[in-house]
Write a protein that binds this ligand. Structure first.
Ligand code: NAD
Length: 294
């Protein structure tokens, strides 16, 4: 297939490379010349603009920082450049309202569009093992699915436009709050004289068990290997967790939903990121919580 790929950063670079590796004719564009060069080395063809990449493409994939970038690229460049038969696939993590607005604008032009944010970080983007949660019509999903399958291990239809973004931020709001609760429980257990490994052995087979505990334990030396064992390097950056929590809070305000735990998690991650730890793994927040309780 001929595929346009716009946004070749940490995530998009690996994703575009996997599409090229799968045999697609990938026309790539990024504002960064360096990112574009990397994509060319990985088998993509460089385009001079997003619009030029999209001309004649059967699918267009975007992987951009935030809602304003996505809306601008689609409105100013892509909508007028693409064939009516092309499917537009935005894999960026953006706010639900912008995702819906972009899909409505696409529909008004007779174009098919889906929001398809990902779960999995840079490692999964490079390895082609992302999970995609897709919002849009069944017909649009059917067109996007095989393109996404070449970049991931799972492609799930979440519902109508915006449902992919909704699934992503609800999941990450749960993860943020759950990680903080897991950190708190380990810290309190220690202060009450419990050995962390003993608490893990008990809680990991009891009702407090969670992914944050048994797959991604925030304490070094406890549970399977995790970023805690590497001084909280790599993994999922706290700054990105904060971005997703803020998107969740915006969505909650817009849907009039009460999310007190999500709101508290957003406050605590904002404090952690403000302390200069935005690039550290999000489980590193245990250090801040430990100091706060000292
Ligand atoms: P990034 O900043 O590394 O990459 C974004 C790229 O978009 C950059 O190369 C930038 O030059 C390019 N860009 C910006 N505006 C552009 C425009 N108008 N035209 C063309 N290119 C433009 O970000 P990333 O880490 O790759 O993340 C991309 C998206 O994926 C974000 O929405 C992020 O929240 C989401 N995400 C990231 C991760 C992760 O671990 N990094 C995980 C899941 C989801």
């Amino acid at each position: 297939m001929r595929i346009a790929f716009i946004g070749l950063g940490n995530m998009g670079g690996g994703m575009a490379a996997n599409l090229a590796k799968a045999g697609h004719d990938v026309r790539a564009f990024d504002l960064s010349a360096e990112a574009l060069e990397r994509a060319v080395k990985a088998g993509c063809l460089a385009a001079d603009s997003a619009a030029a990449a999209a001309e004649g493409a059967e699918a267009v994939v975007t992987m951009l920082p935030a809602g304003r970038h996505v809306e601008a690229v689609y409105t100013d460049e892509l909508f007028d450049a693409v064939d009516k038969a092309a499917v537009l696939i935005d894999c960026s993590t953006i706010d639900v309202d912008t995702a819906k607005r972009v899909a409505e604008a696409a529909a008004a032009k007779g174009l098919m569009a889906v929001d398809a944010p990902v779960s999995g970080g840079i490692g999964a983007a490079n390895a082609g093992t992302l999970t995609f949660m897709v919002g849009g019509s069944q017909a649009a999903f059917d067109r996007a699915e095989h393109v996404l399958a070449d970049m991931g291990k799972a492609v799930i239809h979440a519902g109508v436009s915006g449902a992919g973004q909704a699934a992503k931020i609800c999941n990450n709001m749960l993860l943020g709050a759950e990680m903080i609760a897991t950190c708190e429980a380990f810290l309190l257990a220690q202060k009450l004289g419990l050995d962390p490994q003993t608490f893990y052995d008990i809680s990991s087979v009891s009702s407090g068990q969670s992914w944050s505990m048994t797959t991604y334990c925030p304490l070094p030396g406890v549970g399977p290997e995790s970023p805690a064992d590497r001084d909280y390097q790599g993994g999922f950056a706290a700054g990105l967790m904060l971005k997703d929590l803020r998107l969740a809070m915006e969505a909650a305000a817009s849907a009039n939903a009460d999310t007190p735990m999500g709101a508290r998690a957003a406050e605590l991650y904002a404090r952690y990121v403000d302390s200069g730890e935005g690039t550290r793994d999000f489980s590193g927040i245990i250090r801040m919580l430990d100091k706060a309780e000292a």
